[in-house]
Design a binder for this molecule. Structure first.
Ligand SMILES: Cc1cc2nc3c(=O)[nH]c(=O)nc-3n(C[C@H](O)[C@H](O)[C@H](O)COP(=O)(O)O)c2cc1C
Length: 446
């Protein structure tokens, strides 16, 4: 079955998907065709071998954590925090209940990889979580799934049932002394619920608003108990690491950027979709996999890591490789790996207006700079776009962004401010051109 057949099949069932079958060295998407997501299929692909290896060969939790550390796996939820290191923060001797949480909230515009992992390969996440829980001595876990994706939630529930029936979850897993209960939780469809502490609040049945940190979830998490939270794709990477070794995973990518990464390529490309490629793949190669810029047009700009990542002009982007370090060096972030491609027909003012509307809408309202500032950002960009902006609006935009960034409980404020600064830095002339009578300021005298 090819990608378009897969797409047609899922569209027929009402499930929107962007899975694509053009991958390089896939680890998570290997061999998937949209129909082979069940337990028997996963086992036929070597599924649950890693969990079995740990339990039957008696790998200690420390050995599992060491393997993950050596893999160079960095959290795929956005911040790229080293996963093995995060796991080592969990207080293993804590006497009470500890929790493991999978973040499948995925609300960042442009990102659609986690729902496809859950849709096409749900057992890989279950196995990854079971291994993580073993490594950290955790007996209860939750997968928090975005509230607007119903079929994916149902599918994950079905996969959980299969795993429980086969003895991969529950008490005395595979005849060992290891117990792990895993549940699915359906979220509320709010972007802020992807922020890890807002997610925990929401999971507890409260309004999804971020908590002050510290304390961090490793000491005060779900119901006030030690909790580790990782992204769906992060967990999905774990079975491969255990089966093949941390070093092999690291070598798939480049130093400090191990393994493969799934990029959700959207916007002005011929074949938008999710592509799994090794870390360090040139951006130009990824663009080629996605069919190139639509209708043969010219590449203008790219947002390389989801809507909160600063935009990069085409020439900078074409010299980047797709990994945390290269994109950071170019002045942006790999973030969640959502690559939004813009061709030369796109107005940067309009694009920023769209982004700013999103952040205004999704601000939870808890912190004044974010609640008020995101509204101001949108209003300013909107009036510039409508041709009624004032000459002072350029400075005002920067000043509003300054007053949000770094002044809020969570990073949603930064996520709203950073695109503004980058758009002005790289495409200031487009904004100025829309302001009636705009006269650029004379450069300051030395
Ligand atoms: C506003 C906001 C939204 C976020 N949304 C998500 C999300 O949808 N999925 C996710 O995994 N991480 C999201 N994060 C990052 C999480 O807070 C957290 O860092 C991540 O789940 C940790 O997993 P990782 O270490 O595997 O990346 C978000 C952060 C912020 C500030």
């Amino acid at each position: 079955m090819n990608a378009s057949q897969v797409l047609a099949q899922f569209q027929a069932t009402g499930v929107q998907t962007c899975f694509h079958d053009r991958h390089i060295d896939p680890q998570i998407y290997a061999g998937l065709d949209g129909t082979n997501w069940r337990l028997a299929d996963y086992e036929a692909r070597g599924g649950y071998k890693a969990l079995r290896k740990i339990l039957t060969e008696g790998l200690t939790p420390d050995q599992v954590i060491a393997e993950v550390k050596s893999s160079g796996l960095r959290g795929r939820g956005g911040a790229g925090f080293p996963t093995g290191l995060k796991w080592s923060f969990m207080p293993r001797q804590f006497p009470g209940q500890k929790y493991l949480v999978c973040n499948s909230d995925e609300g960042e515009p442009g990102t659609c990889k986690d729902r496809d992992i859950l849709q096409f390969n749900p057992h890989i996440v279950i196995e990854g979580m079971a291994i993580a829980a073993y490594a950290m001595g955790i007996s209860v876990g939750y997968n928090y799934i975005h509230g607007e994706i119903f079929q994916t939630y149902d599918r994950f529930e079905e996969a959980l049932e299969e795993a429980r029936a086969a003895g991969y979850l529950g008490d005395k897993i595979m005849g060992s002394g290891y117990n792990f209960q895993l549940h699915a939780a359906h979220g509320f469809g709010a972007y802020i619920c992807g922020e890890e502490t807002a997610l925990l609040e929401s999971l507890e049945g409260k309004k999804g608003q971020p908590r002050f940190k510290p304390p961090f979830p490793a000491s005060f998490g779900l119901y006030g108990k030690p909790t580790t939270i990782n992204n769906t794709e992060t967990f999905a990477a774990v079975p491969w690491i255990i089966n093949n070794g941390g070093q092999a995973y690291l070598e798939c990518g480049k130093p400090n950027n191990g393994g493969t990464k799934i990029y959700s390529v959207s916007g002005d490309v011929e074949l938008p979709g999710n592509y799994e490629v090794p870390m360090g793949t040139p951006f130009s190669k990824l663009l080629e996999l996605a069919g190139g810029v639509r209708k043969g047009r010219t590449l203008k700009a790219v947002i390389p890591g989801g809507s909160s990542a600063p935009v990069l002009p085409a020439d900078i982007m074409m010299s980047c490789t797709m990994d945390y370090d290269s994109i950071a060096k170019a002045g942006s972030m790999l973030g969640s790996g959502a690559v939004i491609v813009m061709d030369d027909s796109r107005s940067m003012v309009e694009s920023l207006k769209r982004l700013s509307y999103f952040y205004m809408h999704e601000s939870c309202g808890q912190c004044t700079p974010c609640r008020e500032g995101t509204g101001w950002l949108w209003r300013l960009v909107d009036r510039i776009d409508r041709g009624v902006g004032k000459a002072s609006d350029m400075d005002l935009l920067n000043s509003v962004a300054d007053n949000i960034q770094g002044r809020t409980i969570c990073a949603l404020g930064d996520a709203a401010a950073m695109p503004v600064r980058a758009m002005i830095k790289h495409f200031r002339h487009e904004f100025e051109a829309k302001i009636p009578g705009y006269v650029p300021k004379a450069p300051a005298k030395a």
